[in-house]
Design a protein around this ligand. Structure first.
Ligand code: NAP
Length: 246
């Protein structure tokens, strides 16, 4: 896929799935704007991405803060000259059974995952709206579709992202802006690697394709939705879950 000269903004790109998405877009020629809350890991990620020959703008941003989202979008347009694609990837978990879940943990997860996605979409859409072109890909989760015990806050945030994605697709389609989401299943990360063998095997049993997703599987799905190949697709939630939830 070719994203030569395009500007792609990715939240939470200092590690994990977000970094993989950033690397995939950089290899396809896109200049990048990346954020995370911790500056050190962001700077290290940016160095690796610049080695691929693209421009990388970084800013420490808490996506739950409206002003910081606005500043990041403005900084991206100023430094890189445009804003073509936004990937809302940053997310956190604070798991507990509902009766033991504190109000604070509920608020923290909803504020980052759902409100943060809304704030970044809102700030980006103001720029895209004027240009009458743009593309947003939000990262949801399979648990937002199927529910998961111990994750009421996270599941609600990821289900909320699905509703937000569909609504924005309807609000902005006539302006040439497409809004889609990717809903990953289990992804092979440090976290899933460290799961006890029996839990891992139980999870694998439920996945028809009998493997966890690679971070590249998620990045490829995001790039497809952001590409011209998906030019007639909007409001879609693309499941990348190996068949875990059909
Ligand atoms: P991760 O390794 O924990 O990375 C999360 C990224 O988000 C980091 O760069 C982190 O950097 C950043 N971040 C966290 N809070 C932020 C905030 N308030 N503002 C800005 N950036 C913030 O997570 P991951 O496993 O790659 O997951 C990425 C996305 O995929 C998340 O939305 C997650 O819910 C979703 N997902 C993951 C899986 C999975 O199996 N891993 C499955 C389904 C969906 P700082 O710590 O510096 O802020």
């Amino acid at each position: 896929m070719n994203f030569n000269g395009k500007t792609v903004l990715i939240t939470g790109a200092s590690r994990g799935i977000g970094f993989e998405i950033a690397e995939a877009f950089a290899k396809a020629g896109a200049n990048l704007a990346i954020c995370a809350t911790h500056e050190n890991s962001l700077v290290q990620a940016a160095e690796k991405l610049r080695a691929l020959g693209v421009k990388v703008y970084t800013q420490a941003v808490d996506i739950a803060n409206a002003q910081q989202c606005e500043d990041f979008i403005a900084g991206t347009v100023k430094e890189l000259g445009s804003l073509d694609v936004v990937v809302n990837n940053a997310g956190i978990t604070k798991d507990n059974l509902t009766v033991r879940m504190s109000e604070q943990d509920w608020d923290d997860v909803i504020n980052v995952n759902l409100k943060g996605t809304f704030l970044m979409c809102k700030a980006a859409l103001k720029v895209m709206f004027k240009k009458r072109v743009g593309n947003i890909v939000n990262i949801s989760s399979v648990v937002g579709e199927m529910g998961n015990p111990g994750q009421a806050n996270y599941v609600a945030s990821k289900a909320g992202i699905i509703g937000l994605t569909k609504t924005l697709a309807k609000e902005f389609g006539s302006r040439g802006i497409r809004v889609n989401a990717v809903a990953p299943g289990f992804v092979q990360t440090a976290m899933t690697e460290s799961l006890p063998e029996d839990i891992k095997n139980k999870a694998l049993e439920a996945i028809p394709l009998k493997r966890f997703a690679k971070t590249q599987d998620i990045a490829k799905a995001v790039m497809f939705l952001a590409s011209e190949d998906a030019s007639y697709i909007t409001g879609h939630i693309l499941a990348v879950n190996g068949g875990l939830y059909i």
